[in-house]
Design a protein around this ligand. Sequence first.
Ligand code: IPM
Ligand code: MN
Length: 356
Amino acid sequence: MVLKVTMLPGDGIGPEVTTEAARVLEAVCERFGHELDLKHKKIGGVAINEFNDPLPVDTLCSCLDSNAVLLGAVGDPSFDNHPVNFRPEAGLLRLRRELGAFANLRPALLFPALAHSSPLQPRVVAGTDMIIVRELLGGLYFGEPRGADETAGRQSVINTMRYSEPEVERIARIAFDLARKRRSKVTSVDKANVLECSQLWREVVARVAADYTDVKLEHQYVDACAMALVARPASFDVIVTENLFGDILSDEAGAIVGSLGLLASASIGGPVGLYEPVHGSAPDIAGRGIANPLGAILSVALMLRHTFQLEREAASVEKAVSETLDAGYLTVDIAPENTRPVSTVEMCDQVIERLE
Ligand code: IPM
Ligand code: MN
C-alpha cells in the first residue's frame, strides 16, 4: 500500500517528536512492505514567521492531497499578544475545519509499567483504559458571533457556544460505534443543568442510543466527570463530549495515566485524517532532546488503524511502545526520581527495535 502523508512538525517540541514518529512510520512501512510518500510542510508559529500565515495555502493543499496528516504541535509564547486569528493555534483550528475532522479520538490507557508516574494511587488508576471522543468543529471554538461586541460601551467580547442536531448526532454515532468494539459503555458529558447547548446534546445522544441498545449510556455533568476521572478513572470506557469540555478533560486524562506526553489523537470524519499528540509545543523544553515522543508515535499507530485500516501494523507499534516501557526506558516526564531518563531519540530507537 502507498501511504501518502503530509508531516507538519510545527513549533516547540513538535519537530523533535514528529521526526521520531516519522522514523517509526518508515520502519513500519519497511517491515510490512508499504511505500511511504512523506512531505514536510509548515504550520503554526514557524509558518507565521516565514509566510505570515499560520496555515499557508501550500500546506493546506498538500494536506488535502494526502491520505493523512501527522502534526507535532503549534504555539509559541512570542505570539501571545497577537489577535486569535493570527496566532499559531489558528492554523491548527483552520486545518481541522478544512479537513472536516469533526471527531477527535483521544485514548488514555494506563501502561502497567507507568503506574508509578500517575499522581493517583496505583489501586485507583489500575485498569484505566478510556477513550475520549471530543467534538472538534463546534462549540465555543467556532461559534459565531465572536470577538468584540461593538454595541456595548466598555470593552466587551463575545464567544458563542452553538450546536446543531446533526453535529451532535454524528459525533454520538462515532462514540457508540467505538464503544461496541470496546466495553460497550458511553459516558456523555455535558452541563445540561445550565446550558441549552447541553440540553440539546443530551437529548440527541439519548435518541442515538436507541439504535445501540447493546451499549450502556450514562450522562454526567462535566464538573462531576472531572471529579470522577480522578476518583475512579477505570470506570470509564468511551467519553463523548463537546469541544471545550473534551479539550480540558483530555489533559486531565493525560495526567492520570502518567503524562500528557503519552497521549495520541486521531481527528477523523473527513476525507483526510489528522493525527497529533495531545500535548502542546512545550517551549520550556523545546530543542533539548528530552521530550517524550510516545504521544506522536502512538498517533502514528492511530493513523495506521483509522486512515489505512492497517490493524496489524497499528497493533505492532502499540505493542512495541508497551514493551519499551516494560523494559524500563522512560523519558524525563515519566522517569522516577534518581533514575537516568532516556532522550527523545533513544526512546524511539527502543520502540523501533521492538517492532515486529
Ligand atoms: C489540543 C490543543 C488545541 C486545542 C490548541 C493548540 C488549539 O490544546 O489539541 O488539545 O485547544 O484544541
Ligand atoms: Mn488541549
